[in-house]
Design a protein around this ligand. Structure first.
Ligand SMILES: [Fe+2]
Length: 449
């Protein structure tokens, strides 16, 4: 029977049934006393116990509150979306109004990420509006930036550490296929710009620099006929050119996007981007696969994601590209105060196709030294997720912590691991053991109190 369970519901990918609020079972090591706030992690957790794909599963947020060297509580809650409220009803049926042909972007799983902006917390998923939640994980509701958001919103917006602006985009299946937004530090949308695109392509992430945003137009295209026939909406298209589009962050409506052709690939996540003010050269890093779903939705023949670098030269219009590492990894992150700026360090989690890989590691890259990889290896049977960098007050870029939920297969329980980011190979500074299992998930953040 177990062998019939699909990968996205197997092992620690299986959903949990209960919403709980519990005190931690135990703490191993010492929680840094300066950490006061909450670690949040979003992820898929189908309410019915089944979904056709992790992307279609209801969003559940898990949080651990830390204060003064103590772990206060753990809590998990679903995001109360229309999909959660109507279990088993199709997303299309809930979202699409056949009378008006309108799509209701409140219909979303909200299962991908959690961010804070302008004093609000948002659960995000790229097919719909953000959902505002409270620190206690009560759902407030869909959020549209006072009506300024007219499209879905990416789950990977970027907060500029210099201006405090929230830079983001929305992509969708009908024109305009791509829309760029810039919200100020107070949360007011200051700019909306439709980007001319020939078709809808699946755009999970983007990148920003101090002065530009970079869109990833890659060969995973929307196929309406395939979707109407009950197949997956997205497919690889060898005929679609892979390209990065560079737009000045504050561009007016007439400023063109400058497109740079790159070798065909798919990039779920960028690590970061930055520009050289003297030459205008833009460096983009991210986790790359050479292809995705080329032979159908089960095809992973494109290989596993690895960390990669593209260098865009505006003087020639050309791109130099090369791998940084050949070890499979995903969920790249940098320090929040390095987003869009030249940076030395970046972090990923090892990647394997098993639900509970035998080896699970955090990689800390020193990019100034050619991409040297420091490794934190968790014990056998322990599986980690995305490593979130949490800054200390110090000035060094890597002065801080890495936080991730880890599942222990032997006990079927989970813990929040807190690593020293400057010494990632060392044992965790602390493990906050929660008395339940935290399923594998997508992205999250540390939000100071
Ligand atoms: Fe993502």
């Amino acid at each position: 029977m177990a062998e019939n369970v699909p990968l996205h519901l197997a092992g620690n990918n299986a959903p949990v049934a209960e919403e709980v609020t519990l005190e931690p079972a135990k703490v191993v090591g010492e929680i840094p006393a300066e950490l006061s706030g909450q670690f949040f992690r979003n992820g898929p957790n189908p309410r019915t116990g089944w979904s056709p794909h992790s992307f279609a599963s209801d969003g559940m947020i898990h949080t651990v509150a830390l204060d003064g060297g103590r772990a206060r509580w753990y809590r998990n809650r679903y995001v109360r979306t229309p999909l959660y409220e109507n279990p088993g009803v199709s997303r299309f049926a809930l979202a699409f109004d056949p009378e008006t042909s309108r799509i209701d972007y409140r219909v979303t799983t909200a299962n991908t990420h959690l961010i804070a902006h302008a004093g609000r917390l948002f659960a995000l998923e790229e097919g719909g509006f953000p959902y505002e939640v409270t620190p206690d994980l009560a759902t407030i509701g869909a959020y549209t930036f006072d009506g300024a958001l007219r499209t879905p919103m990416t789950a990977h917006p970027k907060t500029c550490p210099i201006t405090g602006e929230l830079l983001f985009f929305g992509y969708r299946l009908r024109p305009p296929y791509l829309t760029y937004y810039r919200a100020d530090a107070a949360g007011k949308v200051a700019q909306t710009r439709a980007i001319d695109m020939p078709r809808a392509t699946m755009m999970h992430d983007f990148a920003v620099t101090r002065d530009h945003v970079i869109f990833l137009d890659l060969p995973v295209v929307f196929d309406a006929a395939q979707a109407a026939a009950g197949g997956p909406p997205w497919r690889w298209d060898d005929g679609h050119r892979a390209r990065f589009g560079v737009l000045p962050r504050t561009a007016g409506d007439d400023a063109p996007v400058r497109w740079y052709d790159i070798a065909p690939c798919y990039v779920w996540h960028t690590m970061n981007a930055f520009e050289d003010p003297a030459t205008g050269i833009i460096t983009v890093t991210g986790t790359r696969v050479p292809s995705l779903w080329r032979g159908g939705p089960e095809d992973v023949g494109g290989g596993l994601p690895t960390l990669y670098r593209w260098t865009l030269d505006p003087r020639t219009g050309t791109v130099a590209e090369a791998p940084i590492d050949d070890a499979p990894s995903e969920f790249p992150r940098v320090a929040d105060n390095a987003i869009g700026l030249p940076h030395r360090y970046g972090y990923t989690a090892s990647f394997a196709l098993e639900a509970e890989p035998e080896r699970s590691e955090i990689y800390a890259y020193d990019l100034a030294d050619g991409g040297v990889r420091a490794v934190h290896r968790f014990p056998a049977g322990h599986t980690c997720g995305e490593a979130v960098f949490v800054a200390r007050d110090g000035t060094a870029e890597n002065d801080g912590y890495l936080m991730t939920f880890v599942h222990d297969r032997a006990t079927d329980r989970s813990y929040l691991a807190i690593l020293n980011a400057a010494d990632p190979a060392a044992p965790p500074l602390a493990e906050v053991h929660v008395p339940v299992r935290v399923p594998a998930g997508f992205h999250g953040n540390w939000i100071p109190a």
